[in-house]
Every structure is written in C-alpha cells, then in structure tokens.
Design a protein around this ligand. Structure first.
Ligand code: SF4
Length: 295
C-alpha cells in the first residue's frame, strides 16, 4: 500500500493490506497506517502532539504480529505495576478491549509465533492488564483458534483466575502455556505486593499443581524485592516454583519519577531497590540448589 492516508480499519481489503505493513518507522511511507494501527490496538497516549517522533516510531513498530492486548485493568494493584509508573499517562478507552477490535487485531497476528495474551510492551511504554479477567475470554480464545488453530497461545497472568474449574474451560483451546507472575510464596508478602486478599493467594498458589495435573506448561516470573520481603522469602518462592517449572524469570524491581508521588517516596524507593551483590549471591546459590534451566 503506497499511501500516507490512514487506512479505514473497517475496510476488510485495507485490513489485508495492513498485514503487509513493514515496521521501518517514521521514514516509511506506511508510517501513518502503522501509527493508526498502534492506536487501534489500544495504545493511546495522552498529549500525542507532544510525543517526540522517535517515541511514536517505537510505538508504531509495536509487537502487533504476536502480542494481543485485551485488558488494561487488573484485579490486583502491585506495588511496582507499570500502569502506575509509566513515564506518561495512558489514556485507555476502556478496561476491556471490545470483541470487534480484538477480531481486527487477531487478523494482524502472524500466527507463525506464539500469540502473547496479556501484558504488553512496545519498547517504550508498558501497559498492563489481566487478560483472564476479560468477561469474553473464552469467546476471544475461540476467535484466535478459528484464525490460528495450532499456534501456541502464551497467557501472561497473575493466576488469580486459575481455579480448577477455570482451567478445565481453557483446555479445549490448547496449545496454551502460561507466564505466571508470582512474587512470593507466603500469603502475607504476596498480598502486600499484589494488594489483594489472601483468598486470591490460595488460588494463585494452587494454580501451579492444577496446571501440572492437566499437562499445561508454565513459566514463572518473580519481581525480586529483598528490601520488601527479605531474601529468605525469595528463596522460598524459587523453591516452590521449581517443583512446577524449570523456567523462572527473575526481574529486578524498578520505578520512574512517578514514584515521587508516593506518600513516602524515599521509603518506597528503598523497597524497590536491592543490593546487587547480595542478589547475585542468592541467585548463584539458588542455581546450585534448585538447578533452574534459566533465571
Ligand atoms: S498483576 Fe500485573 S497488571 Fe496486575 S497489578 Fe500486578 S503488575 Fe499490574
């Protein structure tokens, strides 16, 4: 498509042409259409006129070939959630993406690589949400399967919906894997981090053996915050997870200048900080103790 005029996304022919869009950025004649696509995919920024060209370029490149964001809200309120610390406000039209929009986004997925359902990153701005909270989640999975019957769907979740009953309803949509954010294996610390009730912790904790029971693979993600929960807690979490997965992704905590709006900004920054040498020692020791394939 050789035009700088935005494509009418309601036009199926134009949509087919959008599948061929390159990601060369602002110097690409297709950039306007790419930008339009990034907006349609739910990544709408406030004060767009003030956003530098480079930022728009990065957003326009996006990850639309394999990431399918469907929710921008979450039942939790993690202390480090990107939604609170994005360097700029996200202006999201609603908490859950509507089915027509999702259908159009599915058309853009390549289907040649795993489809990531959930957290989204375009390299500059992150916007988070819990995909399994979407009230039409099973319809969405059905839509994906009609277009891509065999492509792996990789669901990024905090596992608070993964009861046995829910998992049973997911089984017909296999192949599915999970990336589960699980930052502590103690109820007290998990609730402190996620800002929700212990009842949800039990669901998340029990999700791992349930997934294993039904042969569903998962990876786990820990945002390691020793100044908040202690190194022993992190070790216990790794030990628990290792029973159910051999891939444990461990991320360091972080914050932006938005942390200065916290009631106790210095205390907050301390909790989100860590001693890199002590952390390195812990991870080295854990590598020997639990032998993960990756951390
Ligand atoms: S689970 Fe993810 S989306 Fe939900 S509050 Fe935590 S970091 Fe944010």
């Amino acid at each position: 498509m050789r035009t700088t005029v935005p494509i009418d996304i309601s036009n199926p022919t134009a949509l087919t042409e959008r599948n061929d869009l390159s990601d060369k950025g602002i110097n690409d004649k297709k950039w306007t259409a790419n930008q339009d696509k990034s907006i349609r995919s739910g990544r709408t920024l406030k004060q767009s006129a003030e956003i530098p060209t480079m930022l728009w370029e990065a957003i326009a490149k996006g990850n639309e070939k394999f990431i399918l964001p469907i929710a921008s809200v979450c039942g939790a309120d993690c202390v480090f959630c990107f939604n609170k610390y994005n360097p700029m406000d996200m202006d999201l039209p609603s908490g859950f993406r509507d089915l027509d929009d999702i259908h159009q986004a599915i058309e853009l997925l390549a289907g040649t690589m795993p489809i990531h359902l959930g957290g989204e990153s375009n390299g500059v701005v992150r916007q988070e949400g819990e995909p399994l909270l979407h009230p039409k989640i099973f319809e969405i999975l059905g839509m994906i399967r009609r277009k891509h019957p065999h492509t792996l769907v990789h669901i990024m979740t905090n596992a608070t919906q993964l009861t046995e009953k829910f998992v049973l309803k997911l089984l017909p949509f296999q192949p599915i894997t999970f990336q589960i954010s699980y930052h502590s294996n103690t109820s007290h610390n998990w609730c402190k981090i996620l800002g929700i009730r212990a009842k949800k912790f039990k669901i998340a904790q029990e999700a791992f053996p349930i997934l294993q029971k039904y042969g569903l693979n998962c990876q786990a993600t820990i945002v390691a915050m020793p100044n908040l929960v202690g190194f022993d807690d992190i070790e216990g979490t790794i030990r628990y997870l290792r029973q159910y997965t051999d891939i444990i992704n461990i991320y360091s905590p972080h914050y932006t200048n938005a942390a200065n709006q916290q009631p106790e900004p210095e205390e907050f920054k301390h909790k989100m900080s860590y001693d890199p040498i002590a952390m390195s020692e812990l991870l080295k020791a854990m590598r020997v103790k639990v032998k993960p394939n990756k951390d």
